[in-house]
Design a protein around this ligand. Structure first.
Ligand code: HEM
Length: 168
């Protein structure tokens, strides 16, 4: 892909490509991740892993583009953040993100023959950006509305009530 050439994380796109040459790569990630924390398996109890593996495969590509500052993947990143937010379909306790990152780093290090300390530091940095985005998005949603917003909402509802036909 052309974009990968100018992408600040072109090295990670290439590393990920080398990982994916092994068809079992994503499956191995889930083996490691499910074993990483006793809270994780229950969360995937009803998951169709044939779909999930494909979703994550694409999700990691989006994550690398996002970490590099690309806006092209904003929609996908927003969707993933929403799925994992506290009010989402699969709310993720904040503490589990570090297990997710550690699991991915482990399988990358094992799968990419060119993995060295410098490359793994780049991976850690890029994944940190995505996790930060997910958690930042979640915190933004959880932020209570400001008094000004609450006031405006109160005014809006009073006006709307005033417009409603009065039933006597
Ligand atoms: C930045 C890290 C993560 C990325 C990029 C990611 C990505 C994804 C993607 C792409 C999906 C599929 C969404 C869909 O079906 O619409 C998904 C689903 C899911 N993720 Fe994550 N995820 C991350 C972290 C985590 C963590 C830390 C957990 C903790 C257990 C987790 C648990 C789940 C669960 C339970 C599902 C739903 C599976 C189902 O549909 O049954 N994810 N994730």
């Amino acid at each position: 892909m052309d974009t990968a050439v100018t992408d600040p994380y072109a090295d990670l796109h290439q590393s990920y490509g080398r990982c994916l040459r092994d068809k079992e790569f994503i499956g191995r990630f889930y083996d490691v991740f499910l074993a990483s924390n006793p809270e994780v398996p229950a969360m995937f109890a009803h998951t169709d892993f044939s779909k999930q593996r494909l979703a994550l495969r694409r999700g990691i590509t989006m994550a690398i583009f996002h970490a590099g500052g690309s806006r092209v993947v904003d929609r996908g990143i927003n969707e993933m953040a929403a799925v994992h937010a506290s009010g989402g379909r699969c709310p993720v306790p904040a503490a589990l993100y570090k297990d997710w990152v550690a699991s991915l780093l482990k399988v990358v290090e094992e799968a990419d023959p060119e993995a060295d300390e410098a490359l793994m530091a780049r991976w850690r940095e890029a994944l940190g950006v995505v996790v930060g985005t997910f958690q930042g998005r979640d915190a933004a949603q959880a932020t209570p509305e400001s008094p000004a917003q609450a006031g405006a909402r109160g005014l809006f509802s009073r006006v709307m009530q005033g417009l409603r036909p009065v039933s006597r």
